[in-house]
Design a binder for this molecule. Sequence first.
Ligand code: FES
Length: 764
Amino acid sequence: MADYAPVDLTAEGQVEFELNGRKVTAPAGTMLVDAAFAHGVEVPIFCYEPRLGPPVGACRMCLVEVEGMRGLQTACSTPVQPDMVVRTTSELAKDGQDGVLEFLLENHPLDCPVCDKGGECPLQDRTFRFGPGKTRFVEPKRHFPKPLDLSSLIAIDRERCIQCWRCVRFSQDVAEDKLLVMEDRGAGSVVATLTGDQYVGRFTGNVIDLCPVGALTSIPYRFRARPWDIRNTPSVCGHCPCGCNVELTEREGAVQRVTGRPDPNYAVEEGWLSDLCRFAYAGNDGPDRLRAPAIRDEGRVKEAQLDEAVDAAALVLGRGGKVGILVGPRATVEEGFLAQELARAALPGALVQRLGIPGAGLEAIRSQPAAQLGDIDGADLVVVVGGDPGEQQGIVELRVRKARRRGATVVTVGPRPHGLEGLGTAVRSEPGRLAAALEALELPAAERMIVLWDEADLAAEPDAAGALARLAGERGARQIELGLDVNGAGLRALGMGATEVLDAARRGEIDTLLTIHADPLDGPGGPEWGWALGRVRARVAIASFASTLTESSTVTIPASTHYETEGVYVSMNGRAQRLRPVTAGPEASAPGWEILIALMHRLGAPPPYRTAAATFAAAAAARPALAGLDYDALGVLGAPVAGVAPVSPNGVNGPREPAGTGLPLVTTTRMFGGADAYRAEALAWVRTGAELVLNPAEGARLGLADGARARLRSPFGECALPVRLDPAHPAGAAFATTGVPEAGVERLLPADRGPVRVEIEVVG
Ligand code: FES
């Protein structure tokens, strides 16, 4: 984890001071620990963590000598002053640091050989580097019952805790869930939950990274590996479209752990991860993982070798007739580009589309100046339009909370209640009337305004997208799209539309369909897709996980997941970042881009490149939105793309009347409610199911009590859900969660996830 704040030694307002005999500078107000670190001098710390807010000076590990000040000073809470003379390694300072470590180790059990932090433990490292070398302590150490489960994901070994307060401060001041507290006083102090219940939230795993001594450890990772038998690789999360930077740990060919990177990306996640991002890796090797290629012939399924399956796929795709290619939101930029190249060079007349929201009315708001997630911190006005960011784009919530703590005004506008509403002014719009709410919106004056807008909600109400674009333009605001699809922005940057294949398949014009990480039957508009695909003769699926589609495809080729492939994802707000493989995945699988290149070879149109890097370079040369980018330019932290607006607008471009009769349906996904959470055993305890939420008055009108079961019907499909009555949800609409595999709320939606009404009745 990052321990020291980055310091800009070229910024204006530098002050000069002396550090261990050298004249150096740092911006006024910089804490001594950070200024020293920027000049190559490490002052040992435990409680200090700049991302947790102002220093608390709890552990005294950072004692240094400052000339003219009586006694030793804590460098973490002392800002640099002009002409200050600081000694971090003088005999006096060394004595202080020795003393603190000796004191901390009095109670510490020194169980390094069995402690899961052993080898990665700042206490161990700092004791060796800054400690006294021997102990005078001979009394027995303290023992606590161990380990206790703080939750189903985090264990606590209480005797290891040095009471640095980092975990408690994270809970209180960053996540603001207020769940962790320091209980009791003095030697009896222990970290505990306020209520004594489990520590359950959306960002709890960050306390594992923050803990400097191995008191808090990850239950899924505990005793799985040691630092000398693992390999860590920096990559990007593929479980939501935020593009959080992660470090992946591999041992024996499997992902064993996901953590924040030691050097966080301050433009994106700042080192904090959601629990979905941190723990969903367990689903990578789950029971629904496709491990063997399959060829279906006259109803019989034959397991095949990878080469055989690619040969069979090339045969099916190349036998004439029109081909449709459907690229799913998990496909990388390289896979999307190769799908387009396959269509252009080897399958003339083939249609290529991405699976996602067409978003034809969103160009105006997308073309407003974009901000990075890190820019939210510095805003003085944050307007959140639609969506449920804390559940759908988790890390956004922490950024907005930080901005609010720094004094920003937060205004939310939308039809559904969510966690950010309580941070400021909440304007509740009627479903389908977002434009009116935006036009009537009164906002305070602000120099740095940022608008966060939900892709799905605004795509369903293009007039609201127009109203928001006007508002942002007039106020000089920058905007951030709250997208739903992991690499939806990357596929749009390739100019990929989202309606052609479905329309053509409906008309019976598609003979063969190739899907790449695309799962149309189990997603929004499943019944529509099912009907359309019933008219397709053969299907080839390149996929990582089994689905309704792969179970009936003519050829299925297992593909690598985002943990196993090279490639680029573009985050929802247009930041291109590199995936780096940490494992090879199942033996009979391959990265999607390799499979596509092999298919092009078989079909007689080999591309003039063979690697993912060369594929990305070709995409960047061919697509203006990616201009100037290559793997070197992306480096470890990525770079913003030039633009993510769709090149080929399609879909409905005016106000949209919801299809059907009954109540307008407002859908949302939950962080622990989607397929990724359901695949990961570690998240079983925090999974959320699908539900229908109604205002109590609406429930009474429909004869539905809390806990009842209701059937929902739309013109596209139906499903049954348990009912929850909640006065925070307005009357006049039905609220339901999508993403839960067995609930099938997606069946109610049209394929473009447009507005819909549902008839509701009691089941049984
Ligand atoms: S790091 Fe400075 S007091 Fe803890």
